[in-house]
Design a protein around this ligand. Sequence first.
Ligand SMILES: Nc1ncnc2c1ncn2[C@@H]1O[C@H](COP(=O)(O)OP(=O)(O)O)[C@@H](O)[C@H]1O
Ligand SMILES: [Mg+2]
Length: 178
Amino acid sequence: MSTSGRPTSRSSSSTTPRACSEFSDTLRAELDYGREATSEEFFRAIFKSAHGFNIPDVIEQYTRSRVLTEERVQGRRASEVADLPAPRRAAISRRIVRFVVVPALVHGVFYGDPHPGNLLIKDDGSLSVIDFGKVGRLTPDQRRHVIDIFLAIARSDGRHLTTPCCKSPHRRIPSTAP
Ligand SMILES: Nc1ncnc2c1ncn2[C@@H]1O[C@H](COP(=O)(O)OP(=O)(O)O)[C@@H](O)[C@H]1O
Ligand SMILES: [Mg+2]
């Protein structure tokens, strides 16, 4: 970046091919349904006996790199459950957070696409997650930094909040299946 704030030719020429190659790798990974099936089975195993979670079962016999076949799950999009009672909505929120945080911090693998269309909620509050095309990994150092960030937020400690952010180098997280 130049002092005027405009990108110099050097920075733009090195950034563009890297962004293109990152986009290409991500797209190819998302189009490999064998990889998506492996990720889905990994998350299903973690939450298999957890109350209130129902991650669809992959039907391996009919799954290949170009096709993914899985159990059909029921539920409304997470953005369409405002009519449920407040305590139930609170339980659903906790489930969603647990689904994202536990695999990330305990196993170093995180679900990268938690938008409302991928989170299906039944009226009893149970959560089904679909679409495991975007899954990332955290190195042990990154995991420690994320934990430090959560602890600092919980303690309203601004100084310790910025420390792990500054220590954590901007690194590309490989979107490989677990
Ligand atoms: N296991 C499933 N059970 C029920 N509906 C599903 C299931 N998997 C996918 N769908 C439906 O298909 C839509 C697209 O599937 P998804 O895996 O999210 O693909 P995309 O990558 O296009 O978002 C979902 O929004 C949902 O309506
Ligand atoms: Mg989706």
